[in-house]
Design a protein around this ligand. Structure first.
Ligand SMILES: [Zn+2]
Length: 461
């Protein structure tokens, strides 16, 4: 058995791990690179041949783990793609949405003439995405499935987002059975909706994510700062815009607002979700009750984490435009968490010039995005070729990340009952990965390494 790190090596996007076993090649996660241009080129030319992949296993639906699938399909991949049921449900909206964005980008490049290629082409089309969905096979979590002679896999809950799983691979070589576990993205057990990660007690090899390998997140209940923000903006009759990632974060925010309202900690303010994707994701969340934390009311009735009737779902453009001109106090949750485009830009153009309003960031804002510029206190921002003055209050709330920080990761590792032969630390910037490596070595003395891009390891150490 060999493992090659064809992505997410010393970076946080483009998760792709190639396993070679006997004459088979298995790809664990097929993610898009979302960083700088030179890494995004690896979306066009991944360093492996899609046709030669025999199967793909997906840990979860986020695009940096699944978004390459339609491209691989386009290049001739026709093998099975295994994942959990809810990962498939989420992929069926997210891959099509990703294709839509690719098509929009290509269209924009052709109109503005910024592409070197003429005409600019999308990485893949909506049709490619829809056709690739035909290759998906869902498997129940916690059950072993034989994939090839001498190799079986099992998915277990990783507590990061709906459907997210650890991928365990058991393989027999020279009559010895060994196991490699791929963490995908590790949850932190603080989600108020999704159940916490399961524990892995034994594995020979571990591929471990390290997104927050050098950071600690606040342990305060996010309801408290959220109530403060909502009450402050509502008292001055303002509008609160929350740009949010559609899968995971939006449901967390809706759940928190619903709880605050039921506790009468905030007024009964109108809430709008202006994103077709977020509204589709909300419905998928409610379909998979088995993955939710069970919460009962005082009459012993189950409380759904979000109630669709508690807010207004905006799907068509006309209603979205009406919402932009609304003047009464309200909360608008809208897609594009880092302000990279879409409907949120119309809301910002309208709301930023008024000091009564506020923009609340609830997720990571990458370098050079408009989100980061606002966080850094920029006084004017360019939206749709116009200079927009920033008078609204800009607020950032931490503690809603769906990733484990180093303390969570170390705690999760304490459940390992046997020393692993090697921990491969990936899915983290170099500083974060190195910091996590040092902590693991200090605390457990486990052997760790930080693979470089395309580095290959033979698993018979
Ligand atoms: Zn993720």
């Amino acid at each position: 058995m060999k493992i090659r790190f064809a992505g997410a090596a010393q970076t946080v996007t483009g998760s792709r791990n190639l396993l070679s076993f006997r004459n088979k090649t298995i790809l664990i996660d097929a993610g898009l690179f979302q960083g700088p241009k030179d890494s995004r080129l690896l979306n066009w030319n991944p360093d492996f041949t899609p046709k030669k992949i025999d199967a793909i296993i997906l840990s979860h639906a986020h695009i940096d783990h699944s978004g390459l699938i339609p491209k691989l399909y386009k290049e001739g991949f026709r093998g099975p793609i295994y994942c959990s049921k809810s990962t498939f449900d989420l992929c069926s909206i997210m891959l099509v949405d990703s294709a839509h964005l690719q098509e929009e980008d290509a269209k924009y490049a052709n109109v503005s003439g910024y592409s070197h290629h003429s005409p600019a082409l999308p990485l893949y089309t909506i049709e490619d995405a829809k056709e690739s969905l035909e290759l998906f096979y869902t498997i129940p979590q916690n059950e072993w499935k034989d994939l090839f002679d001498g190799l079986s896999i099992r998915l277990t809950r990783s507590g990061h987002i709906l459907g997210s799983s650890f991928v365990e691979i058991s393989f027999v070589e020279n009559d010895v059975t060994q196991k490699i576990t791929y963490s995908g993205d590790l949850g932190n057990g603080r989600s108020q909706i999704i159940k916490p990660p399961t524990h892995i007690e034994e594995t020979d090899y571990l591929v471990l994510e390290s997104t927050y390998g050098d950071r600690l997140q606040p342990r305060v209940d996010p309801k408290i700062p959220l109530a403060e923000v909502i009450n402050k903006v509502f008292n001055r009759q303002g509008i609160l815009v929350i740009p949010s990632f559609t899968v995971g974060r939006t449901q967390d925010i809706l759940h928190l607002i619903q709880t605050l309202k039921s506790e009468q900690a905030i007024p009964n303010v109108s809430v709008y979700v202006d994103s077709p994707m977020a509204n589709a994701a909300n419905k998928i969340f409610l379909k998979h009750f088995e993955e939710h934390q069970i919460v009962m009311d005082k009459n012993d009735h189950l409380i759904a984490p979000i109630t669709l009737t508690d807010f207004t779902a905006i799907t068509n453009m006309e209603d979205s435009k009406k919402l932009v001109s609304k003047t009464t106090p309200s909360i608008i949750i809208t897609a594009s968490g880092m302000l990279t485009g879409g409907r949120v830009m119309h809301h910002l153009k309208e709301r930023l010039p008024n000091p009564k309003n506020a923009v609340l960031f609830v997720g990571y804002q990458a370098l050079n995005t408009k989100g980061r510029l606002l966080q850094e206190g920029l006084k004017k921002i360019r939206i749709h070729h116009q200079e927009i003055p920033v008078e609204a209050e800009i607020i950032t709330m931490e503690g809603l990340s769906a990733h484990a920080d180093y303390q969570d990761t170390l705690e999760w590792l304490t459940h390992l009952k046997k020393v692993p032969k090697m921990i491969f630390i990936n899915h983290g910037e170099k500083v974060a990965a190195e910091s996590l490596k040092k902590r693991i070595e200090e605390k457990f003395n486990f052997p760790c390494t930080i693979p470089r891009y395309m580095e290959e390891f033979k698993l018979n150490m």
